[in-house]
Design a protein around this ligand. Structure first.
Ligand code: NI
Length: 170
């Protein structure tokens, strides 16, 4: 397993829609393991493959509280099949270091996906898990949390990221 570098805004690779996975091989298992390690190391509660420059429709999520056992969820070729209600959370994103902003999302989602072995599953989620699924699924379409805001706020967020990245010496 390895920790991979996370792309930060405005890297253009974050804007490219990711491609469906059609081969469930060892390489995919290594990718998923690396994504989990990278997410936990950051630390963050979700990571999409294109955030580490891999052009595949894969994301990992773990929204367990710090005092709970880890609960890694792997989504390959996810598809949100229904959404309901409204909620708003203060979201962060590993590609936007130093930024946390209130974003409006659906309250509940039903998602269909495959695991790293290719087994299909369906999951109904609400609360933070539903937020994370919508956030990560957006990444796979090249959509970023910054897109939810007006031009003024987008500029502010862009400056904040640039400052965080330069302070981190990246
Ligand atoms: Ni993100």
């Amino acid at each position: 397993m390895a920790i991979r570098p996370i792309l930060t805004y405005p890297d253009p690779r974050l804007r490219e829609p990711a491609k469906p996975v059609d081969t469930f091989d060892e390489e995919l298992k290594v990718l998923v393991a690396d994504m989990a390690e990278t997410m936990y190391d950051a630390p963050g509660c979700g990571l999409a493959a294109n955030q580490i420059g891999v052009d595949k429709r894969v994301f990992v999520i773990d929204v367990a509280d710090e005092d709970e056992p880890s609960d890694l969820k792997v989504f390959v070729n996810p598809e949100i099949v229904s959404k309901d209600g409204n909620q708003s959370w203060r979201e962060g994103c590993l590609s936007f270091p130093g930024v946390s902003e209130e974003v409006k999302r659906a309250k509940t989602v039903v998602v269909r996906a495959q695991d790293a072995e290719g087994n299909a599953f369906q999951l109904e989620a609400d609360g933070l898990l539903a937020v994370a699924i919508q956030h990560e699924n957006d990444h796979l379409d090249g959509v970023l949390m910054i897109d939810k805001f007006n031009a003024l706020k987008r500029r502010m967020i862009g400056k904040k990221v640039a400052r965080s990245v330069s302070e981190a010496g990246v």
